[in-house]
Design a binder for this molecule. Structure first.
Ligand code: FES
Ligand SMILES: [Fe+2]
Length: 391
């Protein structure tokens, strides 16, 4: 049976047997949404949010670094006090990337004709070619500038919505930590796909036993039925605190802390997946973000902090080794998947295993609708939901 579904998933075939959210067709096996496929790649990217532009360590002293967020070229640097700034990497004079210029700690000087711009406001401070009697109002010339903040080892940049000339974005997201002393590490991987596919990869329980097969994590034979409870949270959803999967070695190791282990996983728009594992006073906290670089390229930034196993030598490199393998497996799959992108395949969201992906699309659509109408955002979940799948 073919049904039009006005959920945001207009590009997606929605296939489900157990739960049809709004179509009231529980005895039907399949619900399918097929709407005209518009050029949607641009609209996949959500403006009006903070995104990690690059690692803090990539911006040292007076060096200017290039970055790209949501298709916007950026030059990122630090002022004399070390505070980060981000400007559009396009000189308003003749379009030279400002990143080839010079940073004196307060202004950025273009390498072509030496125009100087305030690092934090983007306002033009000097045009060297002007004679003293020039009437040109230099202070009326601006290069685009963006709020920038340093957190958890990244320079975050706020990308406002179109037309928002005076954004007040609040603070950039922070990784939750639960003790004074802890270890922290960062990894990243670029993916040759739009941000939607990248994010769906984050919340896709069914690929684990196939993509992440290894002795220490999952094997095909370890597939079993799971039941997880989810609840709505502002701008996202939470996999409620539960005892983690028994089929992975790292969790078995955690048992030595004695206390019962609980995991909570949140997804929050635009792109944050936050996982916390607690076991008495021991904790592990991680955040994965999938950031759109352009309409068809994104990057996973993974940041993890923990206070467990402080006595274990080389714990950071050991952890990184495993995490890197994990990320590489995801990256490899996305690279292979991107081979079919030119053929613009119709894709499917199937039953409970893909329900989180569907919520993500619905949350995005609800946000966009609320922004367009000024009405409060309607959360796609009306209350807690239990999902069941095999993985
Ligand atoms: S292009 Fe930048 S000053 Fe001319
Ligand atoms: Fe994965």
């Amino acid at each position: 049976m073919l049904v039009h579904d006005d959920t945001p998933s207009s590009d997606w075939l929605l296939v489900g047997s157990r739960s049809n959210l709004k179509l009231g067709m529980s005895d039907e096996n399949v619900s399918i949404a097929e709407e005209p496929r518009a050029e949607k790649r641009e609209s996949e990217m959500l403006f009006g949010f903070w995104y990690p532009a690059l690692r803090s360590t990539g911006v040292r002293g007076s060096r200017l670094a290039k970055a790209m967020l949501l298709g916007i070229p950026l030059v990122v640097g630090r002022d004399a006090e070390g505070r980060p700034f981000a400007l559009r990497d396009v000189c308003p004079h003749r379009g030279m990337p400002l990143s080839y210029g010079r940073n004196d700690g307060a202004t950025v000087e273009c390498s072509y004709h030496g125009w100087r711009f305030d690092a934090h406001s983007g306002q033009c401070r000097e045009i060297p070619s002007l004679t003293p009697d020039s009437k040109l109002k230099v202070e009326r010339i601006f290069v685009g500038c963006f709020p920038a903040e340093e957190r958890d080892g990244y320079i975050w940049v706020y990308i406002p919505e179109a037309g928002d000339r005076d954004p007040h974005p609040g603070r950039a997201p922070e990784l939750p930590v639960f003790s004074r002393n802890y270890r922290i590490t960062h990894l990243s991987a670029e993916l040759p796909c739009g941000v939607d596919l990248g994010i769906m990869g984050l919340m896709d329980p069914a690929h684990g036993p196939f993509v992440h097969q290894s002795w220490w994590w999952r094997s095909r034979r370890s597939i079993h039925e799971k039941e997880k409870r989810f609840e709505p949270i502002p701008f996202g959803f939470r996999m409620a605190a539960h005892t983690p999967s028994k089929n992975s070695a790292p969790y078995r190791l955690l048992r030595m802390y004695g206390d019962s282990i609980t995991t909570t996983i949140d997804f929050v728009l635009p792109n944050l997946r936050l996982e916390q594992i607690r076991c008495g006073t021991a904790w592990f906290s991680s955040r994965a973000t999938v950031t759109p670089i352009t309409a068809d390229r994104c990057r996973i930034d993974f940041c993890a902090a923990w206070n467990v196993f402080p006595w274990m030598p080389f714990i950071v490199p050991i952890f990184r080794l495993f995490a890197k393998q994990f990320l590489r497996q995801d990256q490899q799959v996305m690279i292979q998947q991107s081979e079919t992108a030119p053929y613009r395949p119709n894709l499917m969201l199937v039953d409970d295993a893909d329900r989180q992906a569907r919520w993500y699309l619905q949350l995005k659509a609800a946000l966009q609708k609320s922004r367009a109408t000024g009405e409060p955002m309607q959360h796609p979940m009306s209350g807690p939901v239990t999902l069941r799948w095999r993985s």
